[in-house]
Design a protein around this ligand. Structure first.
Ligand SMILES: Cc1cc2nc3c(=O)[nH]c(=O)nc-3n(C[C@H](O)[C@H](O)[C@H](O)COP(=O)(O)OP(=O)(O)OC[C@H]3O[C@@H](n4cnc5c(N)ncnc54)[C@H](O)[C@@H]3O)c2cc1C
Length: 339
């Protein structure tokens, strides 16, 4: 069977890329191959769900520019439910984050006395930066919307379809080989292994697990609360997340796991619990329990995203860790620019 464009991976990046390709090339036969039974069930369904502002990343990196573009593009999505809660970034000295916000073009203001008083019901802080452009995305409902949209555009969305072999303009699923003029690798945690089948070995990945705890207690802070990230932290540190159903999670922590072993077990969580209680000391420990596990793909060779076409007829998105959910619509546009 001959396809014009195959997208490997039915996470947010693959699905948004498929839609962008279908819009740009309406006459093309396009297929999405997803190994799992469900779309968006890997990293896309296991994150904080935060629409990031772009404050943290090196100025003009892909993480910075695609995050900012993605944040705006999400707001133009009719099928996206966004909770526009904003975020309070707390810490003793926020001057370096203020500097970054100014450099990165992120709007912010300092919290006022009334807000600080309210904030101190949940955490302890004399100062906070409020960033209004941070929000929360209902990713599960958006995955349903975009899947319906793709099918109505004639894109073949194939679940239970793991790509096991890759050659120039050819991919293998089950016992079948498919010819494809263009192959786009959006396979998340599987992207590095897949590209190695094309002889591409210049990137390696480190997998870093993140876990969240949840509480049955009422936690009614109207914004997300983030501590200022510590230097050399593998993630942003334990923060509060508001889920679309109104429940609240705390996390994620960050620790490397063996590359190649995608391990979603929760394990012991004493450290995560003490980090959570250090940030949110008024929480009732007895009402906290494990929630979710997600895995970051971090490249050893760069801290930035890689979106590139290293071979004719082949495009890849690598190292799409946070803020990949926010950046996804902009990554999709960048990929289409590479066609
Ligand atoms: C702890 C944590 C917290 C995060 N928090 C945020 C946040 O708050 N905000 C934000 O913007 N981002 C966040 N992120 C990042 C965000 O979740 C990811 O950047 C994004 O989901 C990546 O999407 P993706 O489509 O690239 O990958 P995935 O969702 O992993 O999709 C890749 C798909 O490819 C499939 N696949 C793999 N190999 C094959 C194969 N051989 N054949 C066929 N299919 C294959 C997989 O099954 C998967 O469905 C977080 C990530 C983690 C881990």
């Amino acid at each position: 069977m001959k396809i014009n464009c195959s997208i490997i991976g039915g996470g947010i990046v693959g699905l948004m890329t498929a839609r962008e390709v279908a819009r740009a090339k309406p006459s093309w036969d396009i297929a999405v191959f997803e190994s799992s039974e469900y779309l968006g069930d890997a990293t896309t369904g296991r994150n904080s769900g935060v629409l990031h502002s772009g404050i943290y990343y090196p100025t003009n990196s892909l993480k910075h520019t695609l995050c900012m573009q993605g944040n705006s593009l999400w707001r133009e999505e009719p099928g996206a439910n966004i909770i526009s809660c904003g975020k309070m970034l707390v810490g003793d000295d926020l001057s370096d984050l203020e500097f970054k916000a100014n450099n990165n073009g992120v709007e912010y203001r300092y919290a006022n006395d009334e807000e600080l008083e309210q904030l101190n019901l949940y955490t302890h802080s004399d100062k906070a930066l409020f960033i209004a452009s941070t929000g929360v995305l209902d990713i599960a409902s958006f995955i349903r919307e975009i899947t319906y949209e793709l099918k109505s555009m004639g894109v073949a969305v194939l679940i239970n379809s793991k790509v096991t072999e890759l050659k120039p303009s050819c991919l293998k699923v089950g016992d079948d080989w498919y010819q494809s003029d263009l192959i786009i690798n959006c396979a998340g945690l599987g992207a590095i292994e897949l590209r190695s089948k094309l002889g591409l070995t210049n990137y390696t990945q480190k997998l870093v697990k993140g876990r969240w705890l949840t509480t049955t207690e009422k936690f009614e802070a109207p914004w997300l609360i983030y501590p200022k990230p510590l230097p050399n932290l593998l993630g942003l540190g334990v923060h509060s997340c508001i889920d679309p159903d109104g429940s609240v999670r705390f996390g994620p922590d960050a620790y490397p796991i063996v590359a190649g072993s995608v391990d979603y077990t929760f394990g012991d969580y004493e450290n995560l619990l003490s980090d959570t209680l250090a940030q949110f000391p008024n929480l009732d420990k007895s009402r906290i329990s494990p929630s979710m596990v997600g895995i970051r793909t971090k490249l050893e060779e760069t801290t930035d995203f890689v979106v590139d076409s290293p071979l004719p007829g082949y495009i890849e998105a690598l190292g799409i860790e946070s803020p990949g959910l926010t950046a996804a619509p902009a990554i999709a546009k960048l990929i289409v620019d590479l066609i």
